[in-house]
Design a binder for this molecule. Structure first.
Ligand SMILES: NC(=O)C1=CN([C@@H]2O[C@H](COP(=O)(O)OP(=O)(O)OC[C@H]3O[C@@H](n4cnc5c(N)ncnc54)[C@H](O)[C@@H]3O)[C@@H](O)[C@H]2O)C=CC1
Ligand SMILES: O=C(O)[C@@H]1CCC=N1
Length: 264
């Protein structure tokens, strides 16, 4: 299996890093082209993958092809590669807003297309990828694709109409979580903690809390209640967070995010 990438920006690098770390394919079996020489060089130098001279060369040599450009460039890239792709190839898309119907219309051919939505924690093997195959993808193709997604976290097949929700809850959300970690660390620094130690404590608390949700199966509210001692410290913080609109800010932000995904 040779895995090709059109575009080696942030998301492609996170996926490539995850795949190589897991060892599913060797770095030499990952091929890519990026129209930015600098970005392609970064991918080749950092991961030892093979850079090609153009997108067509990548398409011709890959059995699985990731379209890893911004949604705004999808149309231009599809126009460029549509004659070169083959019907035995698996085409994997990672752009918000680009529906299977839109993709099939642009390729104007019967092809195997898998629409996905990954996230950057893929880089450390902790990604989650939402997956919707089109009708030409066989169960065997889907198994192969899931093996790839599972190398950098976990893959989950979902109904296509939930893709915009996935963008906001899993693909964009690392940004809000990083902002929260940064703010938590700032507060610890305010209380006198050295900066590096503050990031370690804040990130570890977020990591451990996420693990508790995933592993205990308990309702998040019940886990929150376990932390709030009567007349204790936590409930003082919860009172302020409620007053400042912590939860409604998140809900409003995520609604704006999925609205934007629908518009792309
Ligand atoms: N960054 C993230 O956290 C996530 C990104 N995505 C999606 O992944 C895709 C890529 O996003 P990023 O990696 O963040 O963007 P990016 O801007 O970091 O990377 C895109 C790369 O595509 C290259 N490119 C543009 N036109 C090209 C062409 N015609 N041929 C070859 N290369 C070309 C650019 O030079 C750039 O290196 C987007 O569709 C984005 O919505 C999805 C989930 C998460
Ligand atoms: O911000 C973006 O548009 C991309 C899609 C999901 C995460 N990053």
């Amino acid at each position: 299996m040779r895995i090709g990438f059109i575009g080696t920006g942030n998301m492609a690098l996170a996926i490539i890093g995850g795949i190589i770390k897991n060892g599913l394919v060797k770095a030499g079996d990952i091929i890519a082209f990026d129209k930015s020489e600098e970005n392609l060089k970064k991918a080749v130098d950092n991961f030892g993958i093979v850079g090609t001279r153009n997108n067509i060369e990548t398409v011709k040599e890959a059995s699985v092809l990731f379209l890893a450009v911004k949604p705004q460039f999808y149309e231009e890239v599809i126009e460029e590669i549509k004659e070169a792709v083959s019907d035995s190839q698996l085409i994997i898309t990672i752009a918000p807003g680009k529906t299977l119907k839109w993709l099939e219309e642009k390729f104007a051919r019967e092809l195997k297309i898998i629409r996905t939505m990954p996230n950057t924690p893929a880089l450390v093997g902790a990604g989650i990828t939402a997956v919707t195959p089109n009708k030409n993808v066989t169960p065997k193709d889907l198994d192969l694709a899931m093996d790839i997604f599972n190398t950098f976290g976990s893959g989950e097949v979902i109904s296509e109409n939930l893709m915009d929700a996935v963008v906001s809850v899993a693909s964009s959300s690392p940004a809000y979580v990083f902002m929260m970690i940064e703010a938590m660390a700032d507060a610890a620094v305010l209380d006198g903690m050295p900066r590096a130690q503050a990031y370690k404590f804040a990130a570890s608390a977020v990591y451990g809390s996420a693990k508790m949700v995933l592993e205990t199966g308990k309702h998040p509210a019940s886990l929150k209640d376990m932390v709030c001692s009567p007349a204790g410290t936590t409930i003082e913080a919860v009172k302020v967070l409620e007053k400042e609109g912590f939860r409604s800010s998140l809900i409003e932000a995520m609604a704006a995010c999925s609205k934007k995904a629908r518009e792309l």
